[in-house]
Design a protein around this ligand. Sequence first.
Ligand code: FAD
Ligand code: SIN
Length: 536
Amino acid sequence: MTRRRILSIVFLSIVLIPITAILYHRFTAAISSLGKSSIVHMANPSSPPVIVVGAGLAGLSATYSALQAGAPAVRLLERAPKPGGNSIKASSGINGAPTRYQNAAKYGVDQSFWDDTVRSAGTRLRAESVTEAVRSHRQSLISTLTGHSAAAIDFLVDLGVDLSVVAQLGGHSKPRTHRGAGKTPPGAAIVTTLLNKLKEQHANRFELLTGAEVTKLLTEAERVTGVEYRTATTDTETNATTTTTHTLHGPVVFTTGGFGGDTHGLLAKYRPDLAGLPSTNDPRPGAHTLLSAVGARLVDMESVQVHPTGFVDPANPSARVKFLAAEMLRGEGAVLLYKGKRFVNELDTRERVSEAVMKLLSVEEGGLRQWDVQILLDPGATEAAAGHVGFYLWKGLLQKKKVKELDETTRQTLLEYAAAVRGEVKDPFGRVAFGHWRLGTEEGSGIDEDAEVCIGRVTPIVHFTMGGAVFNERAQVLASEIGEEAKPIQGLWAAGEITGGIHGDNRLGGSSLLECVVFGRIAGEQAAKAALEGKA
Ligand code: FAD
Ligand code: SIN
């Protein structure tokens, strides 16, 4: 045997075989920890998958961007039987400015989104007691949100989502909330498009596992290294349910949404005064304590958004979970009436409109605290919101009436509102945008008695939680209080309603879908980088 041959045998047995064995072991361990994985691109076994927890819009955006950024694989774990979360219910649209769909000729180029968001955040950002460091942290999140908003709209439009219709919602100084022209509401359109694209473009690196509840974040030396999750299977013959606990290693993006549906848990803890209000959120526990358990700080947990207009269904007035009367209805011109009279600028921030409603007399119905306020749309607003109105009429949440069938007080109110829309008088409540309202606006026409309006009952409703995990503009979850020197928790990112610090006292309508896309994409990209570097 030549010396050269002996050396190669020694090299093979001492160096190559053990390395191959180690790699093979790690590879099989990685594969078996994936359970019934359909992921095939695991060429480098030291590159773990990106783990995304929660399949709402933030989770889907993170998944998409992680895959675009070259993540070896993404495992999307969802507790519910179906993906979509609250995101799929979104009804008014997503903010973006300046975009090609905004009417710059009529309203000027939109440069006030940042200012509007800062104003809406209220005392959490602007009170005298707020330190410079806290203010600067909050402002930098707002800058990321608003500064990336046009790109977020482009991203969705390029995927094939129609966002060509723009409305002005409460607290905005210009129309900037985008939705499609058809009947599909924006949340459903965006979520289904993203899911379809993930399946079409990335089937070999993407796996969605529903019915998978993450119960713990795994850590090693203060770094998040993966998750523990459980699945349940039911034996069809015995009906017995078996729960299995699994572990999965990789960088984690946490996108589990808010706690508006956690009525008896986090909501009762932080806002006991809201007990008895109905909700737009399906009942579900918040996942915030999983983050706290690894050192994440929570902020603004008492800032819970009460939306002023949940529909009271005449067929089931005491339903706890209600359909939303989308804010876009008011944006397109609708008014709110109490005993036939207006009482508020319908396009003020949600916080202030809800406050105005809740100063009125409440009624107790089936254990719920509700109000008896009407939303009324003229033919112009009805036409502009046709897709939504058709659905609400079909559900019996809105009814059609001729003007002549309305009581005298309401007819007088409509005359006065029309005068404000025509610009003849200043609106007594300070409303300056009237959407597509046209009843009584043709010169000298008065109010057409045969015109048809749509009318329904609405009440304030728990809708959104502004508070959540402290995070930064790179979507890293922080183990430090807002304004303190940032201590990012390695291996952990978050996006969407689970995060806190952007919206302060009040979130502007349309800015939640936006935060999901903006911070979801950032989080996904960062987690992909970590996975490619073999971290976690
Ligand atoms: P979600 O979409 O709620 O998704 C979170 C997911 O995480 C859920 O599917 C949940 O099951 C899952 N999850 C939770 N815990 C776990 C766990 N431990 N393990 C695994 N999975 C878990 N915002 C707008 O900007 N514009 C609108 O027009 C608009 N309209 C709305 C209309 C309605 C009726 C509602 C309810 C909300 C609306 N919002 C709107 C708000 C917005 O839809 C939500 O705030 C936003 O979509 C939240 O997205 P998310 O991805 O953070 O959470
Ligand atoms: C709505 O349609 O009124 C909800 C919009 C939002 O929550 O942003």
